[in-house]
Design a protein around this ligand. Structure first.
Ligand code: URA
Length: 189
């Protein structure tokens, strides 16, 4: 298990470093066949410095197991490497990263893609989908099927695990999420 960090901890590409506890780099198997890309670290990830270790990460872990994918075999990262939030009393509430913050963080994601060279990218949620496929891409309409990133990289998009955590239709949405991950696994060469 490795992190791709380089000079990332010193990044001042946008204002998020001023508020977050730390940068949360992608981590996992270098040369993984599958790279999963989420939105940004959450509250727990920001405190612990690791990707997908909070509630969304726990759900993702369960879904990966059901889909027959080993977490230790993949590389997990986010479109944005710092937690963006707003304070409500003592709580830090997730705030969607801005287009500018996503663009500022893009060189780090590109570097991870360059190092890992995955066969398949799994895009988790609308923010990562917008970052990688542009605003015209609709996760709800195109989830679970193979698409191509502008550079030709094979990818599959699905919902973000946080959306499943919050879902009113939890069982059905979890099963659908697992199906998408399974479809992604089956696309691996
Ligand atoms: N949500 C994400 O998109 N990434 C994480 O690492 C945690 C929650």
């Amino acid at each position: 298990m490795r992190k791709v960090t380089a000079t990332l901890p010193d990044c001042r590409g946008c204002d998020l470093h001023e508020y977050a506890e730390q940068v949360v780099p992608g981590e996992g198997r270098v040369r993984a066949r599958m790279m999963l890309i989420g939105e940004q670290p959450g509250d727990v990830e920001d405190k612990e410095g690791h990707v997908f270790v909070g509630p969304a990460g726990r759900l993702l872990d369960k879904a990966l197991i059901e889909a027959g994918i080993e977490r230790s075999e993949v590389f997990l990262t986010n479109a944005v490497k710092h937690f963006r939030f707003e304070r409500q009393g003592k709580r830090r509430i997730h705030k969607t990263p801005s287009a500018g913050q996503i663009v500022a963080c893009r060189p780090w994601l590109d570097r991870e893609l360059e190092i890992v060279k995955p066969d398949l990218v799994v895009i988790l949620g609308a923010v990562a989908a917008r970052a990688l496929l542009g605003p015209g891409f609709k996760v709800t309409e195109q989830r679970g099927t193979q698409v191509q990133l502008p550079d030709g990289q094979a990818a599959v998009a699905t919902v973000h695990p946080s959306a499943v955590v919050r879902s009113q239709e939890f069982r059905g949405d979890f099963a659908h999420f697992v199906n998408d991950l399974r479809a992604a696994r089956e696309l691996l060469p």
